[in-house]
Design a protein around this ligand. Structure first.
Ligand code: ATP
Ligand code: MG
Length: 389
């Protein structure tokens, strides 16, 4: 167990009384993520920080992607011999993204019985690094890299890397939400942003086979797998939407078909919020991105449900969404060329300024309850992630 990771989680302190609850959730989430990858570890909390020890550097990646963590320092434990400390520092250098221009050593002696002063230890380690190192200079006033040494009874801890985490809040502390996950670029990003703000997500995909290829289903599973980096276990619902699509094709006025389709989706999603005890429905809608996403149309869609509908991407530019999609590694999957059912049904002249009375009127010929219930009956539930995911 020679790597040591110090986890910092700033935002949790804002929450005052809830602090313990938040800490426990964060610890539970870290444990689940490590357990899932079967990584052995030891963990303890001390003065508002979490210490994780383990053999694997994969732990660093897991911690960096756990919502609620602001930064992670990675270090190594070794024995207290100066040469050992110096070698360990050099080993840690190899984990840096780029070679620093200068460094400084700072030592803290927790074990006061150690036979050298902190300043002497720092000097000796710096000399070792200079002699055996990668050609970087000492700069005690403005170093680009600090090598921190902590001398304890059980050994020396050497730190020189601090990486940013994704911040936010631990998944679960803000409750649960159903996210409408299509195969596009936007909805995985919307789902991630909710995870980042502490929501456990329950994605739902409306599958329209044979209108859409079964490949989209695979794509949705792959996207959900990517989202398990932030929430180790995800329950994915795949709704067989074909009966609804067939009815829509038969009975909906062409120009309203997308709005009516979305209203059906929202109604089914509402049933899922009841099933999973969720507080809201989340979509990847973005104002004005396509003709259907106007305030008028969004209002027509919102009207179909009493649920809170959240649209975290509403004010984002496409480029901003794409850069998050790349960061969470969903972009390349999203741009695979399989279309979801909406794109296939888009009429030549879709309604841009949907009017509620017209939309409600157009729904008269549908047996809404029956179609919604049928969709729920035909829903496949998959557990993605978890220990064997
Ligand atoms: P995305 O990139 O998320 O597909 P988009 O810009 O293509 O978004 P639309 O296809 O108009 O937007 O869909 C808007 C939102 O409606 C999506 O972000 C998603 O939340 C939801 N949605 C659309 N189609 C589906 C589907 N087949 N299953 C689940 N949700 C869907
Ligand atoms: Mg789409």
């Amino acid at each position: 167990m020679n790597y040591v990771f110090i986890v910092r989680y700033g935002e949790i302190f804002i929450k005052g009384k809830n602090k313990r609850l938040f800490e426990n959730r964060l610890i539970g989430n870290i444990k689940k993520a490590l357990h899932r990858k079967e990584i052995p570890y030891k963990m303890k909390t001390m003065r508002g920080r979490i210490f994780v020890e383990g053999e694997s550097l994969e732990i660093l990646d897991i911690l960096q992607n756990t919502p609620g963590i602001v930064s992670v320092s990675a270090g190594k434990k070794c024995n207290t011999d100066i040469e050992e400390i110096g070698k360990t520092a050099l080993e840690l250098f190899s984990l840096l993204d780029k070679k620093p221009e200068s460094f400084k050593v700072e030592t803290k002696r927790v074990d006061k019985s150690y036979p050298m002063t902190s300043i002497d230890i720092s000097k000796r380690v710096a000399e070792f690094v200079l002699k055996n190192g990668i050609g970087i200079a000492v700069d005690v006033h403005n170093p680009k890299l600090k090598i921190g040494i902590e001398l304890r009874k059980e050994g020396a801890y050497v730190f020189c890397i601090t990486k940013k985490g994704i911040g936010g809040l631990p998944v679960g502390v803000s409750g649960k939400v159903v996210t409408m996950l299509s195969g596009g670029i936007d909805s995985p990003v919307a789902s991630f942003l909710m995870q980042k703000r502490g929501c456990e997500i329950f994605p739902v995909y409306f599958h329209g086979f044979p209108f859409t290829s079964d490949m989209v289903k695979e794509k949705i599973i792959k996207l959900t797998e990517k989202l398990t980096r932030f929430q180790p276990e995800i329950t994915l619902s795949i709704v067989n939407f074909t009966p609804v699509l067939k009815e829509l094709k038969k009975k909906s006025p062409d120009k309203l078909i997308i709005i009516l389709m979305r209203r059906f989706m929202v109604r089914v999603a509402e049933k899922l919020t009841e099933k999973y005890n969720c507080k809201a429905i989340v979509t990847g809608d973005n104002l004005g991105q396509v003709a259907s996403q106007t305030l008028d149309n969004l209002q027509c869609i919102t009207d179909a449900s009493n649920n809170l509908i959240l649209r975290p991407l509403l004010g984002f530019d496409k480029q901003e969404i794409i850069s998050i999609a790349r960061r969470i590694d969903t972009y390349n999957i999203s741009i695979e060329p399989y279309e979801d059912c909406c794109s296939l049904f888009v009429p030549k002249f879709p309604e841009i300024y949907g009017k509620l009375n017209e939309v409600r009127e157009a729904e008269q010929p549908f047996d809404i309850d029956d179609l919604v219930n049928k969709s729920i009956e035909l829903t496949e539930v998959l557990k993605i992630g978890g220990k064997n995911g």
